[in-house]
Design a protein. Structure first.
Length: 202
């Protein structure tokens, strides 16, 4: 990106310095008045486009990073809840789901709600982690290990936090559930990207 911009800048400066010679030789031989002006215009347009793309990329990086930070903060804040607060939240969600599903939600339990919440939280984190990596490379598949590693570290940190929350405990199975969510979210984001690229090509 920077090399291309430098090259365009160099060509532009070269034309400006040698404009008369360039116009004499090129326009004299090819009989194309205004050719230098057209070349300048193209270079300026391409430079502006690159600057716009760079600004968009920077904005994308900032937004995805902020969303990721906010989401991880949300995950950790849930783990900081004591046992009573956590049970109350799970009970509220369970009651809401039973009301929505009716008789089909009769078999739902607080255990299922908790584990599903764990999986969903980290699946969303997986999507956000992939989005952050995507902002720095056009081939995120080559760097897929980084979001997975970050997700695993987050899962371990989340379960460690629960050790210090009153009335709560940490479980290895929850780490695996969390990590499964990260893997699912990351692969889902990768699949969506592949579909979007294929649609654009076609």
């Amino acid at each position: 990106m920077m090399q291309m911009e430098s090259l365009l800048s160099y060509i532009y400066q070269l034309i400006v310095r040698n404009e008369r010679i360039f116009e004499f030789r090129v326009e004299g031989r090819l009989n194309q008045p205004g050719l230098v002006y057209k070349i300048k215009k193209i270079i300026i347009k391409e430079t502006k486009t690159m600057h716009t793309n760079q600004n968009h990329k920077t904005l994308y990086r900032i937004i995805t990073a902020l969303l990721l930070i906010l989401w991880i903060t949300f995950i950790f804040s849930n783990s900081l809840d004591n046992a009573d607060a956590s049970t109350a939240k799970s009970g509220t969600v369970l009651a809401l789901l039973r009301r929505i599903l009716g008789s089909e939600g009769a078999d739902l339990t607080e255990f299922i709600v908790r584990k599903t919440a764990h999986f969903t939280e980290f699946a969303i984190e997986g999507v956000l982690l992939f989005s952050v990596v995507k902002g720095y490379t056009t081939r995120p598949l080559r760097f897929l290990g980084w979001p997975l590693l970050a997700g695993l570290i987050t899962a371990l940190a989340d379960e460690t936090i629960q050790l210090f929350s009153l009335g709560r405990s940490s479980q290895v199975t929850d780490v695996w559930i969390d990590f499964a969510g990260v893997v699912t979210g990351t692969l889902l984001a990768l699949l969506v990207q592949a579909i979007v690229r294929r649609c654009k090509k076609s």
